[in-house]
Write a protein that binds this ligand. Structure first.
Ligand code: PLP
Length: 451
C-alpha cells in the first residue's frame, strides 16, 4: 500500500533542498510532482490538469511536448551527443545558431559566447566587462550598475547584480564593484503628481549623479531587463530607456540588455530592446531560446567589446574562460529548431494578439478591492494586491495574500507565480484565444475566492 513516506511528494522531501522554497514548510507540505506536459498544460501524478500560466519559469515558449524539439535533440544526440568549443573546436549546430542569433539580436551584435543558464551568462558578462576594461588599460573602470528589483540570476556575480533582498541576505552579497540604482516602477516610486515622463527623467538624473559621484572612469556598465520580470513584472515609462541610454553613452558606460525573459517574443516584440529602442553593447539570452527543453544561454557582444577582448587574448595567449557545456550540440540544435517554430508559427505576433486579451481582461479587474495595480505588456503581466488601494499600503506581513491567491489558482488548475503580493502571468507563447480566456476565467474564480 502506498504510504505518505513512499509517495513521490514525500520521497522528494526526503532527498531535496529546493530552490526558492521554504525548506521547513516543504517538509510538512510535500512536493507538487508534475509528470507530463502537453501544449500549455501540465499534469500532476494524480492526473490533474493545470494551465502553466508562467510557462514553467517564464520559459516554455513553444509549449510542452513539442515533438520537433524532441526530434532535434534526439537526432543531434545520435549524431554527435557532445563536443566542446575549447581550443578552436566547433560544431555545426552552434555555428548555425550563432548566425541566426546575430541576425535577430537587437543592436549590432558581432559575436556569441555560450553558457548554460542565465546566471552563468550574466556572470560571464561581468567578467568580460572587467576583462575588456583591463585590456583597454582602464583597470579602475570596473563598477557595474544594476537596479533595485532587477533579476539577473544567483551565482556570486549575477546574484550580486540581482537587486532583491532575499538573494543577498546571508549569502554575503553583493560583491564589490556592483551597485544598484532605482527601480523604474512608477506606481510604487513616483512622487505625488509626478508624470511617467518626469519620473523617467528623475531616474536618469539619479543614474547620472551616481556615475558622477563614483567617477565615470570607475563605472564600466549598466545592466537591465528591458521589462523587469522576477522583480514583479515592471514595465518602465516609455521614455525611460532612451534617457538611461543617453546617460550611459555620455559616460562611456556599456549597456547590457538582459533579455532572458523578454527575448523571443514575450513582450509582443522579438526582444524587449526592440520595444524601447535599446542599442545594447551586450545581450543576454536564455529561457525561450530553447523553450527550456535543454539548458542554454547566450551572451552576445558588439564588435567594440569583442575587439578589446580579442586583442587581450592575443597578448595573454588564450582567453581563460569557458564551460564544458558552452554551446552544447544538443542544446544549440534544439534552440535552432525552437526559433524556427517561433518564426513559422509567428509566435511574436501571437504574443501581441493574445497579450491584448491578457492585458485587457486583467485591467478590467483594477476596481477589485484587493488590486492595487495591473501591469504588463504583450504576454507578460502582473496583478499587485494591496491592503489599501488609496494609500497603496502593502499587506503586513507581506506575501500572504499573494500566496493565498496562488493556492486558489492552483486549486482551480492554474499555475502562476506569486512574487510577494504580486501574481505574475507569462503563459506559453502558443496559447490561443480560447485557452487565454480559460486561463483568465480560472484566475477570476480564484480571485473571487481571495476576497
Ligand atoms: N536574467 C533574468 C532576467 C532572469 O529572469 C533569470 C531567471 O529567471 C536569470 C537571468 C537567471 O537565469 P537562470 O535561472 O537560468 O540562472
Amino acid at each position: 500500500m502506498a504510504s505518505r513516506a513512499n509517495s513521490p511528494e514525500f520521497r522528494d522531501v526526503a532527498v531535496h533542498l529546493h530552490p526558492y522554497t521554504n525548506a521547513r514548510k516543504h517538509e510538512e507540505k510535500g512536493a507538487m510532482v508534475i509528470e507530463r506536459g502537453e501544449g500549455i498544460y501540465v499534469y500532476d501524478t494524480a492526473g490533474k490538469q493545470y494551465i502553466e500560466g508562467l510557462a514553467g519559469l517564464w520559459s516554455v515558449a513553444v509549449g510542452f511536448g513539442q515533438p520537433r524539439l524532441v526530434k532535434a535533440a534526439a537526432d543531434q544526440l545520435a549524431k554527435l551527443p557532445y563536443y566542446h568549443s575549447f581550443a578552436h573546436k566547433s560544431h555545426e549546430p552552434s555555428i548555425a545558431l550563432s548566425e541566426k542569433l546575430l541576425q535577430l539580436a537587437p543592436g549590432k551584435m558581432s559575436k556569441v559566447f555560450y553558457t548554460s543558464s542565465g546566471s552563468e551568462a550574466n556572470d560571464t558578462a561581468v567578467k568580460l566587462v572587467w576583462y575588456y576594461n583591463n585590456a583597454l588599460g582602464r583597470p579602475h573602470k570596473k563598477k557595474i550598475i544594476a537596479r533595485i528589483k532587477g533579476y539577473h540570476g544567483i551565482t556570486i556575480a549575477s546574484g550580486s547584480l540581482t537587486g532583491l533582498p532575499y538573494n543577498h541576505r546571508d549569502f554575503d552579497l553583493p560583491i564589490a564593484n556592483i551597485m544598484h540604482t532605482a527601480c523604474p516602477h512608477h506606481y510604487r516610486y513616483a512622487w505625488e503628481g509626478e508624470s511617467e515622463e518626469e519620473f523617467a527623467s528623475r531616474l536618469a538624473g539619479q543614474l547620472d549623479e551616481m556615475i558622477q559621484r563614483e567617477g565615470p572612469d570607475t563605472v564600466a556598465a549598466f545592466i537591465g531587463e528591458p521589462v523587469m520580470g522576477a522583480g514583479g513584472v515592471i514595465v518602465p515609462p516609455a521614455t525611460y530607456w532612451e534617457k538611461i541610454q543617453k546617460v550611459c553613452r555620455k559616460h562611456d558606460v556599456l549597456i547590457i540588455a538582459d533579455e532572458v525573459i523578454n527575448g523571443f517574443g514575450r513582450t509582443g516584440k522579438l526582444f524587449g530592446s526592440n520595444l524601447y529602442g535599446i542599442e545594447p553593447d551586450m545581450v543576454v539570452m536564455s529561457k525561450a531560446l530553447t523553450s527550456s527543453y535543454l539548458p542554454l544561454s547566450a551572451l552576445l557582444m558588439n564588435q567594440k567589446v569583442y575587439d578589446g577582448i580579442a586583442d587581450n587574448t592575443a597578448k595573454i595567449g588564450t582567453f581563460g574562460h569557458g564551460f564544458t557545456a558552452s554551446g552544447h550540440p544538443a542544446a544549440t540544435a534544439v534552440a535552432l529548431e525552437n526559433i524556427k517554430i517561433i518564426e513559422e508559427q509567428d509566435l511574436v505576433a501571437n504574443a501581441a494578439k493574445q497579450g491584448e486579451i491578457l492585458q485587457r481582461r486583467l485591467r478590467a479587474l483594477a476596481d477589485h478591492p484587493l488590486v492595487g495595480e495591473v501591469r504588463g505588456v504583450g504576454m507578460i503581466a502582473a496583478v499587485e494586491f494591496v491592503a489599501d488601494k488609496k494609500t497603496k499600503a502593502p499587506f503586513d506581513p507581506a506575501g500572504a495574500v499573494g500566496q493565498y491567491c496562488f493556492d486558489r489558482c492552483q486549486e482551480h488548475g492554474l499555475i502562476l507565480r506569486n512574487l510577494g503580493d504580486t501574481v505574475a502571468f507569462c503563459p506559453p507563447l502558443i496559447i490561443d484565444e480560447a485557452q487565454m480566456n480559460e486561463l483568465l476565467d480560472r484566475f477570476e474564480t480564484a480571485l473571487a475566492e481571495t476576497l
